[in-house]
Design a binder for this molecule. Sequence first.
Ligand code: PMP
Ligand code: GLU
Length: 429
Amino acid sequence: MHGGRSVARLSGARVARITTIPPMFVSTRIASMSESATLAVGAKVAEARAKGHDVIAFAMGEPDFDTPDNIKRAAINALERGITKYAPTPGEKSARECIARKLTLENGVETSFDQVTVTVGAKHAIYMALQAIIEPGRGDEVLLPTPAWVSYKPLIELAGAKCVEVPGTVANGFRITPNQLAAAITPRTVGIVWNSPSNPCGTAYPVAEVRALCEELARHERIAILSDEIYEKLIYPEVAPGLAHFSPGSHAALAGRTITINGMSKSYAMTGWRVGYMAAPKAMASELIKLQGQMTNSIPSFFYPAIVEALTNSAVGVEAMRVKFAARAALIKRELDAVPGFVTVAPNAAFYAFPDVSAHFGKTTPGGNRITTAQSFADALLHEAHVAVVPGEDFGACARHHIRFSFACAEETIVTGIARIREWVAVLR
Ligand code: PMP
Ligand code: GLU
């Protein structure tokens, strides 16, 4: 037993001395870090299901589809061929070349293989990139357009910078403007974390608006751009005609200071594989690879052929998933609009909807719980109606009135789950 008085028993004999073991030291930077709100709700869902509750989960941002067979086969074949040894830290050359080609041709981000490193999910890439651009103790600031994914702020702070939120609003579809960006930049700004399409907003910026923001960033030479493009392939022109992806690393003035981050989790339904990647200007890439060499080394070596297979031979499978997500985006918007008091920006990318539910703050639930925050709304919804959503608080100060739905689930689940919410909301008083 740690951290308290303990009476040890050895083979049934009472040990005379009572010892007090001091609690193990935990650094302030870890102790003060919040846990991942998305993963926390995932754990609550598992707990409620283990107790036998029929939970409808809109919690984790994880495709319900299985990894396409051709991608699985590539990894299985590699294992069978005995590819089981350490690989070079940034990955096998063929996979890095393939990623470099993809970035160059699809995204206009001119990349050679030695600028690429394959990481343990995009999360690992984001962690390393932030460690590399931030100098602790210098007063560095990193800009974060919000609402933004829950892990950015803790990782910015862990690396030693202040996270400066640049808030979007429901009225402008959660998108920030060049004026807002300009106003947030100070002599201490060292970077911006950019994420379009966005988790949790479920929206992508139109190309012209990203370009306008890039023009503003072009004026500030010391600002590094970390562009997390993990939802790049999940954009729905069916919902927002003409919508397309734009990579800041393709902007001539920013190419030399942009780190482009992406991964296999979302587009290829490979969350559990833990495969991400990033590309950086050469000098930065070698620093990132140095850090990775001390941290994790390579990902599992038999995954590299699967990456090549995914990037070169899976367009049809990815498009089939995208089309399904597009239909769900339209469906969840219709269903959420039918819930009294919910105000929802139409999702047009990724697989999230992020309604404002503050019309219900101040009410009491059938179970006698008072709703005062998104967290209390989400908790009561889970306990009383057995529907799981992620409360908005950890997505940024401007997200406190919102709850996040992941619609990476069957259409039937969307309809049934939101019907449950509608019934529950109707009896709030
Ligand atoms: N970026 C964003 C915006 C995300 O939503 C996620 C969630 N998985 C990640 C990065 C991390 O993805 P992974 O580590 O699975 O590649
Ligand atoms: N990114 C996903 C989400 O937001 C998976 C969980 C996580 O890594 O945060 O739900």
